[in-house]
Design a protein around this ligand. Sequence first.
Ligand SMILES: [Zn+2]
Ligand SMILES: [Zn+2]
Length: 197
Amino acid sequence: MAEAPAWARSLVLSVCAEADAPLPRLAWRHRDRPTSSGVTRQSAGLISVVAGRDPVDQRLTLLHELAHWLGPAPTRRSRTRHHGAAFYATAFELYRRHSVPDAAALAGEGARYPSSLTHARRLGVPGAEVAWRERRSALTERARRRPPMRVLVPEHAVRLVRDGRWTRCAVCGIRVVGPNLRRLRRRPGRHVLMGIA
Ligand SMILES: [Zn+2]
Ligand SMILES: [Zn+2]
C-alpha cells in the first residue's frame, strides 16, 4: 500500500478542520487507469482511494469520499439517500471550495451517478443545467434508436426441462434460473418471450 500523497493528506486535514470532524485514516493505492474510485467506512474510521492517472479526478474522488465522511453513517436501507440531495449539497460545496472545476465535478459525478446532475442543477452548480439537459436528450435519443421489443414466443404455460446443468422452458427454450425456477417448480406458470426480432 502506497502512502497517500502530501496534497491528499493536507486536503483531508483542511476539510476535517473546517468541518470540525475527526480525522479518518487514508489508504491510498495506484491503478493504471484514468479514473479513481473510493470507499469510506465510517465505522472503521477509514477512507480508501484507488487513484487513477487523472489528478483532477483523484481530487474529486477524495473529496467525494470526504463528503461521505462528514455525512451521517449509511444504513442498510439508505442506498439511494447515500447519494441524495444532502450528500450532494456537501459534495459540490467541497468541490468548489477545494478547487475542483465545476465542469470536472459535473463530468466525474455525472458519469458515476447520473442522478447527481439533478442535484447539481437544483443546487445551482454552474453548467449543471446544460449537463442535465444533454444527458436527458442523450437518453431520449438512445431510447428512440433502440429497436422495439417484440413478442418472439406468445404467452404459454412454462414446461421445465433439464438441459445439462440448466433448466429450460421446453416451449420457448429460455433458461430458467434462481427465484423464477424455484417458483415454477412449486406451481405452474406462464410467460412470454420478448426480444429484439
Ligand atoms: Zn459515494
Ligand atoms: Zn417458455
